[in-house]
Design a protein around this ligand. Structure first.
Ligand code: NAD
Length: 399
């Protein structure tokens, strides 16, 4: 038992603490959306990157919406002494409690998804307690990847070919800055593709296939992003964009394989949202803090879980046929990318200075959403009260 008032400790875009009650309340809010929004039934689902962001929403939609038996893989820190666990740990602890109460089957492996040993653990677990998988969701967002031989690849968030000179957002000082980021080296581009491209996604499908654990009609989806002109040099035309292009090419290869068995593989291009991963990308926090009020004013705003409910209900849920663009991608970013929304963003981006930022961007809203990722600033949670931080999470571990 470790009862304590959880202090907020942020270091740049990283929170060193997380609030268990706030994380549980976030999960409960998402669950309310899923329960009313996803229908149908599915047998077995594997979610890679299941503890936060788009992966967590996918886990909730699968388990509580489709009532599938769901296995999630994530990489979170457990609480230790008076050190809190990470938000993903507390999110999943809440998911497990809710699933148990509802009589639903969810299991979690908290270990490095890039490794062959964890792929084997998933294969063994699926064989013993699940059965062939009907849907694989690939939602890893990682800063680095470790190979089985110990090689480390680190992803870079840099432009390619020419330096980026443009606007940025200094979170701590709440100011608009002029940033200059030197272009990536060829090695940095390759490493980013290695971490965030499609190689590992394909390795997961191969591992399940070799073990005979892909159900007939198995579908798989991985998440991508394209984004606007104002972040193109950093995002789509940068190192991470190269990785996303590789992910999309991988979807075509996997689709050809799975389609022959009645299934398919797709990339879903999702909207920009505040997550741990997106907060680390230069220029993106400033963009999101402009995007949200522009979408809200047009009635087009959606949360992470709204997006995933739409993905399941309209595209990849049982009996649904995905609608795709010319390149075979599902486009959940359609509302973000309308000409009207993007023209307004471009106008605000051009005009933004530290002085007028609050008129052009919802900076407070961005901070609130960022804090909420870690269970802070959550409605109905009194942070001045002590809470139990040594929260258990039942895990499947290597023998
Ligand atoms: P996130 O940071 O919220 O979640 C990342 C997940 O990956 C967590 O569950 C984490 O535990 C897990 N993870 C990281 N490294 C791991 C490892 N080595 N082994 C096992 N698990 C590991 O990220 P997110 O923003 O939800 O991103 C998920 C995907 O969605 C990414 O492909 C991202 O590019 C894409 N996407 C994000 C946005 C956005 O704005 N956030 C928009 C469109 C697409």
């Amino acid at each position: 038992m470790v009862m304590q008032v959880v202090p907020r400790r942020m270091r740049g875009f990283i929170s060193l603490t997380a609030h268990p009650a706030g994380c549980a309340a976030n999960v409960a809010q998402q669950l309310a959306v899923v329960r009313g929004g996803v229908e149908g039934r599915l047998g077995n689902v594997l979610v890679l990157g299941s503890s936060t962001g788009y992966g967590l929403a996918s886990l909730l939609a699968s388990t509580f919406g489709l009532r599938a038996a769901t296995l999630g893989v994530c990489f979170e820190k457990e609480p230790s002494g008076d050190k809190t666990g990470t938000a993903g740990w507390y999110n999943l602890a809440a998911v497990h409690r809710e699933a148990e109460a509802a009589g639903l089957h969810v299991e979690t492996i908290n270990d490095d998804a890039f490794s062959s040993a964890v792929k084997q653990l998933v294969v063994d677990t699926v064989r013993e307690r699940f059965g062939p998988i009907d849907l694989v969701v690939y939602s890893l967002a990682a800063p680095r990847r470790r190979g089985d031989d110990g090689t480390i690849w680190s992803s870079a968030l840099k432009p390619i070919g020419a330096p980026y000179r443009g606007k940025g957002f200094d979170l701590r000082n709440r100011t608009v800055t002029e940033m200059e980021i030197e272009p990536a080296t060829a090695e940095e581009v390759d490493a980013t593709v290695k971490v965030m491209g499609g190689e590992d996604w394909a390795a997961w499908i191969d591992a399940l296939d070799r073990a005979g654990l892909l159900a007939d009609g198995c579908r798989t989806v991985a998440y991508s992003y394209i984004g606007p002109e104002v972040t193109a040099a950093i995002y789509r035309n940068g190192t991470i964009g190269e990785a996303k292009k590789h992910l999309e090419a991988t979807a075509h290869e996997l689709h050809a394989r799975l389609q022959a068995r009645g299934g398919g593989a797709w990339v879903s291009v999702n909207k920009a949202v505040v997550t741990q991963a997106s907060s680390a990308i230069p220029a993106v926090p400033l963009y999101i803090s402009m995007l949200e009020p522009v979408l809200a004013a047009r009635g087009l705003d959606e949360t992470v879980v709204d997006q995933i409910v739409r993905l399941f209900a309209d595209h990849i849920g049982p009996g649904r046929t995905p609608t795709t663009d010319d390149e075979g991608r599902i486009r959940l970013d359609d509302r973000e990318m309308t000409d009207d929304v993007q023209a307004e963003i471009a106008r605000r981006w051009e005009a933004a200075t530290s002085e007028n930022l609050d008129e052009l961007a919802d900076v407070d809203g961005y901070f609130r959403a960022f804090n909420q990722l870690f269970g802070f600033d959550v409605d109905g949670v009194d942070e001045s009260l002590p809470v139990e931080t040594d929260v258990p999470l039942p895990l499947v571990v290597r023998p």
